[in-house]
Design a binder for this molecule. Structure first.
Ligand code: ADP
Length: 184
């Protein structure tokens, strides 16, 4: 059985990689499909994301990485895939994912959506979280594959060269940090 794992992957995180690795044990082939979404302004181009995913899935012989534009079910039909693989983290994912699964089923009733629950250690992790941390100069080494962390670092060094540690916006608040028993 062939499964498509569609998404933005901007960028791929360790949470995505975990779903891919576990999906590989369940299906003969997993096609990771990067969606070209003209409505989003991504950090990485589709081609860069495809290459990032290829690099970090080299150890998985039954993974293929591709990109597509348009309806996911049409792409699945084209690739002879019977399953859409998706990951679930929190309740808000569930609502969105269920709606999408039902919609896709109305478009092609041969398609099944299979959800894998996130592994505990990645339940907080999303591409947006990674970008938010990196934008303010934080390390993302523990959130994304190593090579991707380097790409992100390079990218933000070019686009946000001034990323600095936090600065207190209200210096007056320091006055409150005196020990309580201090005599004034
Ligand atoms: P999309 O833009 O379609 O939501 P994403 O790249 O954000 O694409 O995610 C693709 C899929 O991976 C979604 O099903 C999402 O719920 C799942 N996913 C993302 N992060 C994690 C994670 N940390 N653990 C499990 N599943 C995840």
């Amino acid at each position: 059985m062939i499964a498509i794992y569609p998404g933005s992957f901007d960028p791929i995180t360790l949470g995505h990689l975990d779903i891919i690795e576990r999906g590989c044990k369940l299906f003969e082939q997993v096609i990771v499909a990067v969606l070209r979404n003209p409505n989003k302004s991504p950090l990485f181009t589709v081609q860069e994301r495809v290459e990032q995913i290829r690099r970090c899935t080299q150890h998985l012989p039954n993974v293929e990485v591709d990109s597509f534009v348009g309806l996911t079910v049409e792409y699945a039909r084209l690739r002879n895939a019977q399953v859409l693989l998706r990951g679930l983290r929190v309740l808000s994912d569930f609502e969105k994912e269920l709606q999408m699964a039902h919609t896709n089923e109305t478009l092609w009733d041969e398609i099944e959506t299979v959800f894998l629950a996130t592994s505990n250690e990645y339940s907080f992790l999303s591409s947006s979280v990674v970008k938010e941390v990196a934008r303010f100069g934080g390390s993302v080494d523990h959130l994304v594959p190593q090579q991707v962390a380097l790409d992100i670092c390079r990218c933000y060094a070019e686009t946000h060269p001034g990323a600095t540690p936090p600065i207190a916006m209200n210096p007056v608040s320091r006055v409150n940090h005196q020990p309580v028993d201090q005599e004034v």
